[in-house]
Design a protein around this ligand. Structure first.
Ligand SMILES: [Zn+2]
Ligand SMILES: [Zn+2]
Length: 316
């Protein structure tokens, strides 16, 4: 009962804070002033983006899929930023996500729209008991385990830091907390939830994977800006069909027009020698995988044999 109440508070608390934020804004004596509007917009955008870089590069591409290696302080920083989204402990998030890939849109997938769009979006979290045993791969990751143990602290810091900054820059601690904390958490989480619901329902399928994953893309004067905004906001995570096709790839945006801010940041970090062993999917990898997914099992076997023979010849 208590666990259920806490789950509901975590899931819907940010929604409430976002509504209070909107109310605060409409009644604020500063609402007509440009500096005030720009400051709260900055709190909101930075609050969303830092959290979602944390989810994308910390929880997802870093911890779950091991798409790159880095120093503990960089891995730790991304994981802590991800914790500020209040999506739970990194090691449990990674465990759930591994199950999602293992069973994508089949029996055992924790969040598939096969069980209803709302279930895939948020419903699964309400029903979730958060007691799934942690996958041993993540249990053996000492840094991720250490950061996971302090998830509550990082979550609270995600509210305390914007509150302190709000006081410092003159919008007040309450506005800082509402925009850089509550509203940013609400928006960031809706972005992540959309990957599980929308990016398994609407959009392009550049790879013929055996699940429902899509690269979220809706056409039209309203569709284009929404698609681009969600790709940008989630740091490229809505290119989800590409990700289901080549799970370990550090780049999720693989085709023209697919925004992937996380891959762009990884490229910069790689140049600065702050990340290494980045598992980029090359044009060849992408084309080979596209072909492989449309082959019959016999064709796939013949192709694997051919590749094996080529490798053997090359080593002689
Ligand atoms: Zn994944
Ligand atoms: Zn998926």
């Amino acid at each position: 009962m208590i666990a259920k109440a806490i789950t509901l508070l975590i899931l819907f608390g940010p929604v409430l804070l976002a509504l209070v934020g909107a109310w605060e804004f409409s009644t604020s004596p500063h609402r007509g002033e440009l500096w005030y509007k720009l400051t709260i917009a900055a709190f909101l955008l930075v609050g969303i983006k830092l959290r979602l870089y944390g989810i994308s590069l910390g929880f997802h591409r870093g911890l779950t899929h091991k798409s790159y290696d880095s120093y503990p302080w960089i891995r730790g920083l991304f994981l802590i930023l991800g914790c500020m989204s209040i999506q739970g402990e990194p090691v449990r998030w990674a465990t759930d996500h591994t199950e999602h890939h293992r069973h994508a849109d089949k029996e055992g997938d924790p969040h598939s729209p096969e069980d209803g769009f709302w279930h895939a979006h948020m419903g699964w979290l309400i029903e979730h008991h958060f007691d799934r045993p942690i996958n041993p791969t993540f249990k053996n990751d000492a840094l991720a385990m250490k950061i996971s143990r302090w998830t509550a602290l990082w979550s609270v810091l995600g509210f305390a830091i914007p509150a302190a900054l709000g006081k410092l820059v003159g919008i007040g601690w309450w506005d800082g907390l509402l925009w850089g904390g509550g509203t940013a958490v609400f928006m960031a989480n809706q972005g992540t939830y959309w990957v599980n619901s929308g990016a398994h329902t609407f959009g392009r399928r550049d790879f013929a994977t055996d699940d429902r994953s899509t690269n979220f893309w809706v056409k039209g004067p309203i569709g284009y800006p929404i698609s681009l905004f969600l790709a940008w906001m989630t740091c490229g995570e809505t290119n989800h069909n590409n990700h289901h096709a080549i799970g370990h790839a550090a780049n999720h945006g693989m085709f023209k027009g697919q925004l992937d801010p996380s891959a762009n940041l990884l490229r910069l970090l790689e140049k600065a020698k702050l990340v290494w062993n980045v598992r980029w999917a090359t044009r060849d990898d992408i084309e080979r995988r596209q072909k492989e997914l449309t082959m019959t099992p016999e064709e796939r076997k013949a192709e694997a044999l051919q590749r094996h023979l080529e490798r053997e010849t090359a080593t002689v």
